[in-house]
Design a protein around this ligand. Structure first.
Ligand code: DQA
Length: 140
């Protein structure tokens, strides 16, 4: 069974509460349970942290044994050379996901330090972006 980790960064623990007009009204825990039951052919794991170091530690921990990582690094996407380096350092392919269409938003959200080191990017499909990323690991 393929092992996939969904890794969410800062403020994504507040999905369903935070800026609902942008990020929707569903909590990630709720969404993740549905995803798990729908994709029981995969071994799905979930980790969220608001801290850059914890995200890097998790990438190092599973990045040589898992089959895929779906990463929404939140605002660290636009600032973190350290997370970009961690993605480059590991073997497991990473798909970058953003719930909102970052290109329709402020200029500072248009640039990602991470994309260059990722297998692909899914942007602007709401929470469904995580499912689309999962599909990409199923078919590869
Ligand atoms: C986000 C977009 C980022 O710009 C923002 O800082 C987030 C969420 C998204 O999923 O749309 O926290 O990554």
């Amino acid at each position: 069974m393929k092992k996939i980790l969904i890794l969410n960064g800062p403020n994504l623990n507040l999905l369903g509460v935070r800026e609902k007009s942008i990020y929707g009204d569903q909590s990630f825990e709720n969404y993740f349970q549905n995803l798990k039951s729908k994709y029981d052919v995969l071994e799905l794991h979930y980790f969220q942290s608001n801290s850059e170091g914890a995200i890097i530690d998790k990438l190092h921990e599973i990045g040589f044994s898992f089959d895929g990582i779906i990463l929404n690094a939140g605002a660290y996407t636009h600032t973190s050379v350290a997370i970009a380096d961690a993605i480059a350092a590991i073997n497991t392919p990473v798909v970058e996901v953003h719930i909102s269409n970052v290109h329709q938003r402020e200029e500072f959200r248009h640039h990602s330090y991470l994309s260059k080191n990722c297998k692909g990017i899914i942007v602007g499909f709401g929470l469904d972006g995580y499912r689309l990323a999962l599909e990409s690991f199923l078919s590869n």
